[in-house]
Each structure stands twice: as structure tokens, then as C-alpha cells.
Design a protein around this ligand. Structure first.
Ligand SMILES: N[C@@H](CCC(=O)N[C@@H](CS)C(=O)NCC(=O)O)C(=O)O
Length: 207
């Protein structure tokens, strides 16, 4: 049985959980990550020297970095069902997966901590405004992509990109900031919420 280490309030953990559920793969999950269980302890650092979640344990194989973990469970345990076979189509899907993780993901850190988690120290209005503005620009990029009229973010089929982008949209909508209208993104988000494997990972309890 696969074991996933990580708290469900982590968007990076939820990427993997949604992929596992989408593929119908069974797993055990252990809560790790603050404030539940400190991953910066020797037992956890031996698995991931970064002291971060998620970590996947598959027998004696250990893997960290959520994008790598999603890709691994899809290929090793899901017969590749969540990515296209065609190299260009697969690369385009991976483009969105990586972009969510890097370009988009770095801008929500400040707003999420300041406005949702109320983390002490995240109280600089200038930093907050700059992060929100930069995050909003990434949302315009998503809106532009989804307004092209495809059913999914990277084309005509559901891929790992939809997991990453929908979780990013979920965080955007769950953060109490001004949301400019994004009709294509809103419609897409509602469609994704209909997927049985998605619903548990798109709740108010996990912004
Ligand atoms: N690039 C890494 C980032 C992992 C990461 O930032 N994890 C956060 C949660 S989203 C974490 O472990 N924070 C420390 C903690 O929860 O104690 C990935 O995609 O897996």
C-alpha cells in the first residue's frame, strides 16, 4: 500500500491526493507538517531533507516534490491515464503543472498567510498588495487560457494540469481579496468540482 505523508491543508499534498483518488489508487495517509506534526525531525528529514510535505513512500522507494510524486503515481500505478501519450500534448500539460507550482504558487504565500491563516509577521500592507497584484496577473493568464473554450486547461481531456490549476483557482476564490470577474475560470472551476475525486479537496476547510 502506498503511504503519503502530509497534512491535507497543504495544496501540494492535495495535488497528490486528488491524483490518487482520480486514478482509484488506494493509499494510507499520515498527518505530517506544521502545526500537526513537525517534519523537521530526524525521522522525517531522513525521508525528505527539505523537511517538507508531501512525501510518498512506495515500499522502499521514497519520493518528494509534489509534481514528481503526481507524475510517478500516474505512471507507476495509474498506467499514465492522467497524461496524454503524445509528447507535445504531455509537455503542454506539464507546462501548466510546473507553472502553477512556480510562477503562480509563489504569489499566494503572503496573502494566504496574512488573510487566511493569520500567521504572525505577515502584516505588511505593501507586501500584501504587491503579492495580490502579482497573483491576480497569473489568474488573468489562466482566464485567457480557459477562455479559448477547451473543456480542460491543456486541451480536450483531463490531465494532471487540471488538478494543479483547479487547486490554484480554489485558493484564489477562498482568499478574501477582490476577485475580478473571470467567467471562463469560474465555469471551469464549477465543472471540476463535479468530479467525485475532486470534491473532497476543494472544500472551505482546505483553502
Ligand atoms: N516544492 C515542494 C514544496 C513543498 C512545500 O512547500 N510544502 C509545504 C506545505 S505546502 C510544507 O511542507 N511546509 C512545512 C510544513 O507543513 O510543516 C513540493 O511541491 O512538494
Amino acid at each position: 500500500m502506498l503511504k503519503l505523508l502530509g497534512r491535507i491543508t497543504s495544496i501540494n499534498v492535495r495535488k497528490v491526493l486528488w491524483a490518487l483518488d482520480e486514478l482509484g489508487i488506494g493509499y494510507d495517509r499520515e498527518d505530517w507538517g506544521l502545526p500537526l506534526r513537525d517534519p523537521k525531525v530526524p525521522e522525517f528529514l531522513a525521508l525528505n531533507p527539505n523537511g517538507q510535505v508531501p512525501v510518498l513512500v512506495d515500499g522502499d522507494f521514497v519520493l518528494w516534490e509534489s509534481v514528481a510524486v503526481m507524475a510517478y503515481v500516474n505512471e507507476a500505478h495509474g498506467a499514465g491515464a492522467l497524461m496524454p501519450q503524445d509528447a507535445k500534448a504531455r509537455a503542454l500539460a506539464m507546462q501548466w503543472v510546473q507553472w502553477q507550482s512556480t510562477e503562480m504558487g509563489r504569489h499566494w504565500v503572503y496573502p494566504l498567510n496574512a488573510l487566511v491563516r493569520k500567521t504572525p509577521g505577515f502584516d505588511d500592507p505593501d507586501k500584501l498588495a504587491k503579492s495580490v497584484a502579482a497573483w491576480a496577473k497569473t489568474m488573468e493568464i489562466i482566464e485567457g487560457q480557459l477562455a479559448k473554450g477547451m473543456d480542460f486547461v491543456a486541451g480536450d481531456r483531463f490531465t494532471l494540469a487540471d488538478i494543479s490549476i483547479t487547486l490554484g483557482l480554489h485558493r484564489w476564490f477562498a482568499t478574501p481579496i477582490a476577485h475580478a470577474p473571470m467567467p471562463a475560470s469560474e465555469a471551469y472551476y464549477r465543472r471540476m468540482m463535479q468530479r467525485p475525486a475532486a470534491a473532497p479537496w476543494l472544500t472551505a476547510a482546505t483553502p
